[in-house]
Design a protein around this ligand. Structure first.
Ligand SMILES: N[C@@H](CCC(=O)N[C@@H](CS)C(=O)NCC(=O)O)C(=O)O
Length: 226
């Protein structure tokens, strides 16, 4: 028996990407169930995962539903102590938990103006002060994380929950062509070139696009590898 995971549109569902990375990057067996937004079937697909109302949501192999990406992350970390879901070192782990919590509840300006869209970039997206403030805060935290990093290219060196949670942020910074410093550029490039991310993105490209995510900016090619 494996976990079951329900996810939404791979090109657009940032929370689904986070939830899926929690399995894919840590080599945890899972049966993935796909649904799509803006179709009546979405509500039907959610029913076996009651009481969840959003994706991602997972079911434990023994039964029991865990909704919400943050609850999923904590549950998987608790159930798989052999995997380095959180950084091992105490101070790094404290910062990592705070970063994930802040990501989960924060960066509203960036998230609402720049919905994740892995199909294309927006070359002339206008940067507002609110979005610039979110980006500055994210870069501050990424810099602090790198100060704690062990060997490795991820925020704390080795891949952790923090990287799963910031992957869609990295994709937004790249896709909306937002100005970032060199540390961020390297991290973003690493994130959107990672084979696991590429696998997710390629599968999403096979779906029909959702016009809801069209925005009135000049569209360009996706900035990462295909
Ligand atoms: N706090 C939730 C957010 C989940 C969420 O908003 N999911 C979106 C997709 S990215 C969704 O299911 N939207 C469909 C709806 O609200 O009907 C989490 O961390 O999992």
């Amino acid at each position: 028996m494996t976990y079951d995971l329900l996810i939404g549109d791979r090109s657009y569902s940032s929370w689904s990407l986070r939830g899926w990375l929690l399995f894919a990057k840590f080599d945890i067996d899972v049966t993935v169930h796909d649904t799509r937004f803006y179709i009546p079937q979405f509500q039907e697909d959610l029913k076996p995962f009651a009481p969840a109302r959003t994706v991602p949501v997972m079911r434990l192999p023994e039964g029991g539903v865990v909704m919400d990406s943050l609850a999923m992350a904590e549950t998987l970390a608790e159930r798989h102590p052999d995997k380095t879901y959180w950084p091992k070192e105490t101070k790094a782990r404290a910062l990592a938990r705070g970063m994930v919590a802040e990501m989960h509840s924060g960066y509203g300006a960036l998230r609402s103006a720049c919905p994740m869209n892995l199909r294309q970039s927006f070359v002339d997206f206008p940067l507002s002060d609110d979005i610039a403030a979110d980006v500055a805060r994210i870069e501050q935290l990424w810099g602090l994380a790198r100060d704690h990093a062990t060997d490795g290219p991820w925020l704390f060196g080795e891949y952790s929950i923090v990287d799963a949670f910031f992957a869609p942020i990295a994709a937004r910074l790249a896709g909306y062509n937002l100005p970032v410093n060199d540390v961020s550029k390297r991290y973003i490039s690493h994130t959107i070139s990672d084979p696991t991310f590429l696998d997710w993105r390629r599968r999403g490209l096979k779906d029909d696009p959702q016009s809801t995510y069209d925005l009135p900016y000049e569209a360009g090619k996706w900035p990462g590898p295909d």
